[in-house]
Design a protein around this ligand. Structure first.
Ligand code: COA
Length: 532
């Protein structure tokens, strides 16, 4: 029998507690997502609409095929910063004329759609996704360009935006720019570098310098239309390939461009898949509110994979890491999921072997995180935990099959790395509202600091102030706790979004489908030296 059984008691008090804790966190998350949708707020939204313009997400909605989902990425970018959450840009994956595309849309209701440091990070992350998965890119442009007061943080690194557009093009990945409004100065290079451009009558403004700047530079008198209007670019400069009469027409033309791309995915879609045997709603009641309490990740796997069917690999060896094979929306996946939290030598070796197997068979890997890191202590150091952890990290870092990571619970220390954390380039990484990630747990970190401070005082022969120490510990604990939370980490673009656990199968299915646009080829060799 390879169908996973369940021991989840959905009528019991533990399940109810876990579910209640998760629902509180989801409410908090939904409140933040609502702020993202509000963009620049009522005043700017009303003004924008008053100009007869569509909002960024309305443009996206009209661009994608009717009744198809849009997987929005990094919606919480800039959370916890001084900038508007969402970072004045919408990015995500949607289907246009049957083609999965990476779509970006400036939000002109937030500071004229100008790009701040978080907008830049979000846009560059979107480009990375397009590159890795070979997704055609469609940019819906209306932006005040660089956010001028923060230019020092974006001007120099921001050159990467235009570099990426042309590198995508050079890699044969189509790029389409639809200009809804302002696209001046550096912004002019978005249509300038794209394979296809659509401009809109009396709306698009594409020039290196507007009339005041031209007046200052050369003394020439000019106006927006003659400098950079759609008519001029369609008839005279040749920068516009397509002239649209209004926004709806521009979106229609963009859809026609994609329809004519002759775009073919590297892998055909798999046949229709069976859903899991168990209700995905139950994913709300698995992770305990207190992450110190372990949970069985097989209960999660059973609610994610096709038919809840899972072939475990080495279940009796290194049992604190569950490894095995399954399908998700028809796509084969190898799954690594933490069980008891700690990674020992056996788990690390098993993971390295499993990652190599997936690479031999060209099977994408899914990492389900709930780890406090690699085991410490004399016995484990003497047993070679560093060598074995390094072996796992080596395998993950040099693996060439696509990786997906989901932070369900804890993701601490080097365990975050071994389980393919952000720095290990998973194709996509999502967090559940229940997750926490940091160098170690807040209490442990505060405790370590306190021990170090105490030892330092003793070395200097000074008395130690225990009362101040308690205060400091509490403060540090609180700081680390808030910096470990998913909204904070998502704000810094350390994931691609915080998702409702119930959506995990759908989100991963969309990612796997996008991933299979590019060839899935594992590494046959090319790992670093495995220290045995
Ligand atoms: N940097 C910082 N703030 C900017 C900005 C930019 N590049 N562009 C616009 N803003 C701010 C405005 O100051 C305004 O703030 P406020 O509401 O607090 O007064 C807000 O965004 C909205 O701008 P506003 O000019 O009222 O909107 P609009 O829709 O009428 O015009 C633009 C939008 C983009 C056409 C216009 O703001 C503009 O020309 N901006 C400068 C463009 C530019 O030359 N950029 C240099 C690129 S390198």
């Amino acid at each position: 029998m390879t169908v996973l059984p369940t021991a989840l008691d959905t009528a019991g008090p533990e399940y109810a507690d876990h579910r209640a804790a998760m629902l509180v966190k989801l409410d908090e998350l939904n409140a933040e997502h609502a702020k993202v949708l509000a963009g620049g707020g009522e005043k700017y939204v009303t003004r924008h609409r008053g100009r007869g313009k569509l909002l960024a997400r309305e443009r996206v909605e009209l661009l994608v095929d009717p009744d198809t989902p849009f997987l929005e990425l990094s919606p919480l970018a800039a959370w916890g910063s001084d900038w508007t959450v969402g970072a004045s840009l919408v990015t995500g994956i949607g289907v246009i004329e049957g083609v999965e595309c990476l779509i970006t849309a400036n939000d002109p209701t937030v500071r004229g759609g100008a790009s701040n440091p978080w907008t830049l990070k979000k846009a560059l992350r979107a480009n990375e996704i397009a590159f890795a998965n070979r997704l055609p890119c469609v940019s819906l442009v209306e932006s005040g360009g660089a956010d001028l007061p923060s230019q020092k943080e974006i001007f120099i690194p921001g050159g990467a935006l235009f570099r990426d557009i042309t590198r995508l093009s050079a890699a044969g990945i189509p790029t389409v720019a639809v200009v809804f409004g302002n696209s001046t100065a550096g912004g002019a290079y978005v249509p300038g570098m794209s394979d296809h451009t659509v401009m809109i009558k009396e709306r698009s403004k594409v020039f290196l310098g507007g009339p005041p700047l031209v007046k200052m530079a050369t003394g020439e008198e000019s106006d927006d239309e003659s400098l950079g209007g759609a008519e001029m670019h369609a008839r005279t400069s040749g920068l516009a390939d397509h002239f649209a009469v209004d926004e709806h027409d521009a979106i229609r033309q963009a859809r026609r461009i994609v329809a004519r791309l002759n775009w073919r995915k590297a892998h055909p879609d798999p046949p229709a898949a069976e859903p899991p045997l168990y209700d995905e709603d139950e994913l709300l009641g698995i992770v305990p509110g207190d992450l110190k309490v372990p949970f069985d990740p097989r209960e999660v796997i059973a609610r994610l994979v096709d038919g809840s069917d899972f072939d475990a690999f080495k279940p009796l060896y290194g049992s604190s890491l569950v490894t095995g094979w399954a399908r998700l929306h028809g796509y084969p996946v190898g799954i690594l999921a933490n069980a008891q939290g700690v990674l020992f030598s056996e788990e690390s070796q098993k993971a390295a072997q499993f990652v190599q197997l997936a690479n031999q068979r060209d099977i994408p890997l899914l990492f389900l995180h709930n780890t406090t890191g690699y085991m410490v202590g004399k016995e484990y150091e003497q047993g070679g935990i560093i060598k074995h952890g390094a072996m796992m990290i080596n395998a993950v870092a040099n693996s060439r099959v696509p990786h997906l990571s989901v932070l369900m619970g804890a993701s601490y220390g080097a365990g975050h790395y071994g389980m393919c954390g952000r720095a290990y380039d998973p194709r996509f990484l999502f967090a559940w509202p229940s997750s926490k990630s940091a160098v170690m747990g807040p209490q442990q970190l505060a405790g370590v600091l306190s021990i170090v401070a105490r030892a330092s005082s003793a070395a200097k022969g000074l008395p130690y102030d225990d009362e101040a120490d308690a205060g400091l510990r509490a403060m540090v604990e609180q700081q680390i706790e808030s910096e470990s939370l998913p909204m904070f980490l998502s704000g810094r673009l350390y994931d691609d979004g915080v998702i409702d656990p119930r959506d995990t199968r759908t989100v991963l299915g969309m990612c796997l489908s996008a991933i299979h646009t590019a060839p899935v080829e594992g590494a046959r060799g090319g790992f670093g030296v495995f220290r045995m």
